[in-house]
Design a protein around this ligand. Sequence first.
Ligand code: R5P
Length: 300
Amino acid sequence: MVVDPLTKLAIITGDASQDIAIRLSQRLGCACVGSTTRVFPDGEAKITLESTPAGDEIIVVQSASPPVDSNLLRTLSMIHKARESSSRVIAVIPYMGYARQDREFLPGEIVTLEVVADLLQAAGATKIITVDMHSMAGLSKFEIPILNVSAMPALARHIKGTNLRDPLVVSPDMGGSARAALFAKMIDSDHTALVKERDRATGEVTLGKNDLSDVTGRDVVLVDDMISTGGSMIKSTELLKSMGCARIFVACTHALLVGGAEQKLIEAGVEEIISTNTIPAGTSKVDVSGIIADVITSNA
Ligand code: R5P
């Protein structure tokens, strides 16, 4: 199925995802309305659209990437504004901030993803598209339709073009082992997962007992949905290096790379970091606009 040729689309974008928004507008052949953001001395932001979007369906494109709360509020504001032009507003949120807060891990914790889901709907979004949402449990928090597309095939195609020697795909934690298995299948290799433990109070990561016998001399591809501080990947890299692996490539969809994580990963011995443009970074080597355009056209 393709977009009904009579359905006119228009895109609105904020500062966080201009690259994807422009590429998406080129793929969909529709206008992309930019915006300017003025931040007042007290921290409040005033967003002004560059023109009025004209479409039967308006697509608001903006990741909830750091600064997460600011970008989220700006996304909500653009959705709210889009509703003045159309009753159908798709929120394309390539990186869904707060997706890791999808359950009450410790007593009293607020499941903020539920709040985010309610706010997006209340602002006026009628459909959401996101990329590699942290968990399937997170998707269930949304009452409006949410489509989760995966960048893993595109990341795997990119990695496959690298001259890998006897590659092994490794997930830094057991929760990502299905992802690693799929990734391995796509690059014709095998896979394993490390045992990672995170202190829920401090956030500190430790690696549990890992019996890895077949890493010696092999190139490793560490795969995860996201890198934040890089702590998980650095600990994994140190372990795998100590066990005699060859080069380590790191692939993830969302490279938040906070607190100098990129430099720390390189210093830990990572050969290359490959991420997508859900969060623009020097490591963004894979474009997700094509998979987002496909899901928009096939679910019109
Ligand atoms: C957690 O389960 C995620 O999949 C990532 O492994 C985690 O968010 C990475 O965080 P950091 O880079 O700070 O270790």
